[in-house]
Design a protein around this ligand. Structure first.
Ligand code: ZN
Ligand code: CA
Ligand code: ZN
Length: 459
């Protein structure tokens, strides 16, 4: 990492960022793209543990009409050049709500926009060809592609008499793909079990204790897992995992491999940690406890939460996917970049939210934070100071860093103990200019501008 960090390229990077701010050059990234791709291979960096950066490639109200895969295809080259290593796509097959579905009401797991049913051939996001073109383009840009897998529930089945309930249920699924036909005994209550851990809304609840369901999900050679893998998906984002047995995820990963991250939407880090252990430690999980700490810090203006709240990225960093916003939770607030600075300068795999990156925040500042994550954010964190409007922490690896977040309306400074003895340091965000020198006792007085942050490391 230090070889990359010390290249002239990096100097150029900072120079470009600096010139961007002064002269408002509209697209500094494009210059950076060409220079970086010549100099080093981002895809090889993705293999360094903890140095992956994801982006969620959608939001709840992305345009309908089947254009979204094409939009993303136009983005992936610049994402790869910025150091993003993976994109999480929305559920990519046909759902009950057809052309309007965001993807969380799955009907036909094998209709990627290539069968005419539920009032449409294409999904909300596009056609199967457009999806495979996107995956190919993402791979070409050095990005992994993660599929969003909804295995708890299904939508859009026809009514049928259900001897397990004695009534009528919407459990008859005869999808146009002809694959994974389902009937009442593939859902709860079945003859295999009455219920599992949870249901979602009024959707019919898949019974994973049924071997037929297991086969189609991950067991068969033409299962969902194997089919998606063959299409080029490299990993998985499992929706609503508290709704079904954790061994479903474990078996899926055993059958198909790949990175995986689970959505266990809960503020309690122990609850999520226990689920990961029960699952068999084969998957990561979204760090909702970290999200709630960020919310307390930057929406309620209480930065002590960043020090005192339990977080998965602190207790189990290799399994934590940290985030500031997602399709379900996406507040716009002041100092949101500081929240990104926190997740980019701590343990865990940070996940950017599409609208934050592409629409709402300063992309050059986010690209700088991605660079810091990939090149400086090594080791474990020690909190050096925290109060309502300040947070200072040190990452102790090589090269490591000191992050200073200032949520107040005036510039602030504090003396801190760094990793470095009698060393020159600078703020790699460019928010503070000039260099400083640490003492023989590793101390130095650093500052952070009002409503901003600085991230310090050796020259
Ligand atoms: Zn969900
Ligand atoms: Ca369930
Ligand atoms: Zn303070």
């Amino acid at each position: 990492m230090s070889t990359i960090r010390n290249t002239g390229l990096f100097i150029l990077f900072i120079a470009i960022l600096g010139s961007c701010r002064k002269s408002e050059v509209p697209s500094p990234q494009m210059k950076l793209v060409a220079d970086k791709s010549e100099q080093f291979d981002v895809s090889s960096l993705a293999l360094i543990p903890g140095k992956s950066v994801m982006i969620q490639g959608f939001y709840w109200n992305v345009p309908t009409g089947g254009t979204w895969w094409g939009v993303l295809q136009g983005k992936v080259a610049s994402w790869g050049s910025a150091g993003i290593t993976a994109v999480w796509l929305p559920p990519s097959t046909k759902c009950e709500s057809g052309p309007n579905s965001v993807g969380y009401d799955p009907y036909d797991y094998f209709d990627f926009g290539n069968f005419n049913q539920k009032s449409t051939t294409e999904t909300r996001y596009g056609s199967k060809t457009e999806l495979t073109n996107l995956i190919t383009a993402a791979h070409g840009a050095g990005l992994q592609v993660y599929a969003d897998i909804v295995m708890n529930h299904n939508g859009g089945g026809a009514a049928q008499a259900n001897p397990n309930t004695g009534g009528t249920t919407n459990t008859s699924f005869l999808p146009a793909s002809g694959l994974f036909n389902r009937g009442y005994n593939d859902f709860h209550p079945s003859t295999f079990e009455t219920a599992d851990e949870g249901t979602f809304s009024s959707y019919v609840d898949l019974c994973h204790a049924n071997p037929y369901v297991q086969g189609w999900c991950y067991g068969n050679s033409n299962s969902i897992a194997q089919t998606y893998k063959a299409m080029g998906y490299d990993g998985w984002r499992f929706d609503f995992v508290p709704g079904f047995h954790s061994w479903v995820v474990k078996n899926w990963i055993a059958a198909a491999g790949g990175f995986s991250v689970a959505e266990y939407w809960n503020s309690n880090v122990t609850t999520i940690q226990n689920w990961i252990i029960g699952e068999g430690n084969t998957t990561s999980a979204f760090d909702f406890p970290c999200y709630y700490a960020l919310e307390e810090a930057f929406i309620n203006n209480n930065l002590t939460a960043l020090s005192t709240y339990a977080m998965l990225c602190k207790s189990n960093p290799s399994k934590a996917v940290t985030f500031v916003a997602n399709h379900d939770i996406n507040n716009i607030y002041t100092n949101k970049l500081s929240a990104y600075a926190f997740i980019m300068a701590h343990e865990g795999t940070p996940c950017l939210f599409y609208r934050d990156y592409e629409e709402w925040l300063d992309k050059s500042k986010l690209n700088n934070l991605i660079w810091i994550n990939r090149n400086l954010a090594a080791g474990t964190t020690t909190v050096l100071y925290a109060d309502n409007d300040e947070y200072i922490a040190r990452m102790s690896g090589t090269p490591g860093l000191v992050i200073y977040i200032n949520n107040s309306g005036s510039s602030l400074s504090r003396s801190v103990t760094t990793n470095w003895t009698s060393a020159g340091i600078k703020d790699y965000t460019g928010n503070v200019t000039g260099t400083l020198t640490t003492s023989s006792a590793k101390t130095v007085t650093i500052n952070a501008p009002a409503n901003s942050y600085s991230i310090w490391s050796t020259l």
